[in-house]
Design a protein around this ligand. Sequence first.
Ligand code: FAD
Length: 599
Amino acid sequence: MRQKEADKITGKRKPPSLSESAPTSSTKKAKSAIDSTDPICTPDPKSQIAEDNGIVLRDFYGPEMSYERVFAYKEDKLPRPIELLDSALVEIRSTRDEIKVKDAIVHWFRSDLRVRDNKALRLASERAREKGALLITMYIVSPQDFEAHFTSPARVDFILRTLQELKDDLAKLNIPLYVETIEKRKRIPGRIVDLLEAWGANHLFANMEFEVDELRRDESLVRACLEKGIAMDVLPDNCVVHPGRLATGTRNQYSVYTPWFRSWIAHIHENPELLELSEEPLKNPASMRERYVKIFDRTIPTAPRNKMLKDEEKRRFQSIWPAGEREAHERLKIFVQQRIGDYKEHRNFPGENATSSLSVHFATGTLSARTAVRTARDHNRTKRLDGGNVGIETWISEIAWRDFYRHVLAHWPYICMNKPFKSEYALVEWEYDQDKFKAWCEGRTGYPIVDAAMRQLNYCGWMHNRCRMVVASFLAKHLLIDWRMGERYFMEHLIDGDFASNNGGWGFSSSTGVDPQPYFRIFNPLLQSEKFDSEGEYIKRWIPELRGIEGKAVHDPYGRGKGAEAEKSGYPKHMVDHRESRDRCLARYKEVLGRRAEQ
Ligand SMILES: Cc1cc2nc3c(=O)[nH]c(=O)nc-3n(C[C@H](O)[C@H](O)[C@H](O)COP(=O)(O)OP(=O)(O)OC[C@H]3O[C@@H](n4cnc5c(N)ncnc54)[C@H](O)[C@@H]3O)c2cc1C
């Protein structure tokens, strides 16, 4: 059953009936994916102008972080949010350690919604056992944070479903999970302190998150807690290798993946304890249930109004993406047993079910990256991460990308504030054409591979990695639309939306981020389509209008003699010509980047 659901997303192995997997209505009937009055389509009126080495930078986005700060971070003149949190934790350590444990210890779940291999949860539980205290856990639903991070309704729904599973699993260990919605996010720190006081707790544990808002929140909370006599500890758990641990020979942060990856592997080999998994939390005494009955009895709240799904969508996402950590482990097990060996060979073909579909679990924390790497490695014949079965080796290197983008985010925090990694890209004259953007969002560009991918995203909340690169390149290069509009649209629709990986992927595909290809590359959608979906299976699964088109014409019906059929079924012509767009893009990027924009 589970495998069948996974297959619905990409599945060649067990192709679902097409009516089951994709919307059958034509795009003409398709509901508008975006509201044309949505502010996303218009640049922020508070545009910024700044000067870098005599170059004037103009940026429509991001009044939140000035270029002065961007340059200061680049030049190491300003402490980064992660450094400020680390310093706060060091500063308070001695005072914190003197605080005597009272009745309870609290673990605050954020993007680590699991019982297994959760460092802060386990430590909180050990401390509670050692001091004869009880373990309480909590999760705060913050509609304003969801809004600020453009969290998709599908992702919010997944989180809430996961919380229900988590609550049930914890209850078996007599550990209560308290979940509360707090409308105004600035009230969160105060409310947490109040809750701890009400529960007779003065120790709080959490795992670290790397987005700027989250690091700042934790830094101020660590200090605010101490003033109230509460000891807060924030642990490194989210990555296999914590950001800041790897540096180039000149003690700088790597901005290129390949040498970073070599260093990541070497660091893990030198520190094998990084792959040791934490045990589950210890059971609370049964008396806990009477004492904290109100917490045990609390229900999981419904989604905030701004993030609610319609009933049909709810059913659909539930069936495609069952929630919870057991599901994550089940998927991991099946993937490692059945598909990981062929991963390298098949991972780029969107019509096949060759990847793990585990990203939603990494993003929600129902599975730790450590557990995934450890499980894959244990399945290999070597105990090294860079050898043995090539499928396993390649999959581990993909999980490493997740770590890499977190390291980048922690070191260059301005990418969290709508600033391109490379400032000169703020100079590109981006376009903000609402009709073109809408056509891209709705899968009506006339390029079948692009349209199939966007419709997969709109229907499933997920898109194959190869297609993410193709559609991102198409938006930023063929249409020259500001890549941040695409980045945001992805976050608003992905069930696995994860700031660091999404920003990294958009930066990579639009060449505005770290580690671009050695040459400037504009994906040719037709070649990508023919190479990675040669029989057009993926295209036909997502574009009902093209199901009747035979042979290679499916990649370009109007250019290959099937225009009449495509037109009859309502499939549009190319919205832009590939060669013209390519030349236009090269010229536009070259204006600001000089020779480097030549292919
Ligand atoms: C424009 C763009 C946007 C993206 N947005 C996101 C996002 O919001 N959330 C997200 O989790 N991934 C994102 N990715 C990365 C990648 O597309 C997905 O992680 C992957 O498709 C998820 O499918 P899977 O779990 O089957 O991956 P698998 O191929 O099975 O890989 C295993 C895991 O490795 C990690 N991984 C794989 N590829 C990448 C990558 N390129 N970058 C970072 N991590 C990677 C993911 O955690 C993934 O689950 C984006 C990529 C691009 C090009």
